[in-house]
Design a protein around this ligand. Sequence first.
Ligand code: NDP
Length: 447
Amino acid sequence: MTCSLHLNDFMNGLVRRNPGETEFHQAVHEVARDVLPFIQTRPVYCENRILERMTEPDRIIIFRVSWEDDHGNIRANRGYRVQFNNSIGPYKGGLRFDKGLNLSILKFLGFEQTFKNSLTGLPLGGGKGGSDFNPKGKSDREIMRFCQSFMTELWRHIGPDTDIPAGDIGVGSREVSYMYGQYKRLSNTFTGTLTGKGIAYGGSMIRTEATGYGCVYMMDHILNHHGNGLEWKTALVSGSGNVAQYTIEKLIDSGVKVLTASDSSGFIYDKDGIDREKLAYIKDLKNNRRGRIAEYAEEFGVEYHEGKKPWIIPGDLAFPCATQNEILLSDAKALVANGCMAVAEGANMPVHQDGVDLFDVAKIYFAPAKAANAGGVAVSGLEMSQNSMRLSWTREEIDEKLKKIMKHIHDMCVEYGMENSRVNYRKGANIGGFIKVADAMVAFGNC
Ligand code: NDP
């Protein structure tokens, strides 16, 4: 049997089959360039066409979501669930509500999720979903009606052993709770079918904090592995949502001075560092008042850079925690020129491939999203275990387990990412995430 193992041939085929899906092409390319050379050394993966099969979702569900706004107008949006790969466990991945959402973005996220979930060591497959519904400026009632309508279709495709969605951009505990309420009503069950639920009804301690905390634990492992540490460093963080808030919190607790936070309108630069009190202001601003980060600048008298990103500020560490492709080549160049030593992706694919390549050349440690932000899905996995066992672990117990999982992920990256006595974390995460899924697919035969 012959195998088309050349990156260009492989990518040409993928682009032909998925025209115009640029984010999906980008995510696959980033994996394929590491995994294809590895596959050459393991013919069983090549013979079974594992990478070709892994880049084709198991199934995609697309549906209409009709809902009524506060003025009595009927509105229509599109809902999606991409069930990407369930070889090592039920589909697991968040739901995103964002007006720019499309299938390309969801396929990139679902593909990445498959590798990320595998890296955690937990039995979780990969999926992703959401809607082009724009939650900004909507009332609580409108959000509730939308979530209920969305779940009225989605519920028949998910379940505790089938597919377990969670939150993502635009979907926090409020939205998860509305959706879970509707799921519970329609299915007449109380199961762990969504994660990120409130603590009172099946949620897990630390789930809200887990992605941000995990990202900082990963950075700590990377620095420690290279004889360094977090204390006294300065950090640039982008975003001011869930992942950014808890990345900042854990950095403050680790003795790091955090200089920036942002939203889609601009960023603040706080030379004195964001402290606990200022972080509480950001949490209230973004979570309760749905305000803009510019208000922080007014409140604390610091610089606000409208329409700009934080990467022009000098800092030792960078944590992009907002959205995909927020560090382009020019941003990466600014980080390198200013002496940044390490980057951990809190968001999914925030660094464009040109930036990743530059970090490689500049020998900047780079923790890709599938490793660095896996803490969220890991604690979601723990929430599923608690739901199944009908018990609740304490905050300390979950934090301990999260730390162990992030260490496991770090060590997988080291095991598979060594290159001339240097760890390439991107390569390590790609190959480490691939192997378990690939072995399961080989074992299942041609299905
Ligand atoms: P939130 O909705 O809580 O926050 C998103 C933040 O990013 C907001 O500050 C938002 O600003 C900003 N943002 C969104 N779009 C843009 C843009 N185009 N340019 C600049 N800033 C933007 O989402 P999360 O914090 O949950 O998610 C952030 C990232 O982390 C996403 O990539 C997500 O997939 C990833 N992630 C999240 C996990 C989780 O547990 N929540 C788990 C793993 C990954 P604004 O208010 O102006 O929109």
